[in-house]
Write a protein that binds this ligand. Structure first.
Ligand SMILES: [Zn+2]
Ligand SMILES: [Zn+2]
Length: 138
């Protein structure tokens, strides 16, 4: 089984990722926007059971609804854990170079601007994560 270890910017928190992500996408939700101060955020989704903290103890901090595992030293948001979904959305900026291969944009109902690319632009969550697969007109 493929293993990937990621860490926060200062290295205090290390998270092991087991196997391939369930999905990789850009999240445009207003929660990610508020937390990251960005228009949208690259995310790699893993089942909670496919992730293992191997160093440090993150603070489960939240700005709106979704708790974010945050390094108390450097402030890096290592992953988000949306309540009741059994998944962790790992901040894909922390993955090794070349590993992030997004297949969609989600939560585009909150998008700051339309994005022009060949990926699907889901209004909410994709069907695989409890949404409808409904897409934006752009
Ligand atoms: Zn840190
Ligand atoms: Zn989001």
């Amino acid at each position: 089984m493929e293993m990937t270890t990621i860490q926060c910017n200062c290295g205090a928190i290390k998270l092991e990722l087991i196997g391939e992500p369930l999905a990789q996408l850009y999240c445009h939700c207003d929660d990610c926007q508020a937390v990251h101060g960005a228009a949208y955020v690259p995310v790699a989704m893993y089942r909670i059971s496919a992730t293992r903290l191997v160093a440090g103890e993150p603070v489960m901090w939240k700005r709106k609804a979704t708790p974010r595992a945050t390094c108390g030293e450097c402030g890096t948001r290592v992953f988000a854990e949306p309540p009741g979904m059994g998944i962790r959305g790992v901040t894909a900026l922390l993955l090794p170079k070349g590993m992030f291969k997004p297949t969609a944009h989600m939560q585009c109902q909150h998008a700051l601007l339309p994005i022009q690319d060949d990926l699907p632009h889901y209004k909410g969550f994709p069907a695989a994560f409890g949404g409808s697969d409904e897409q934006m007109p752009w």
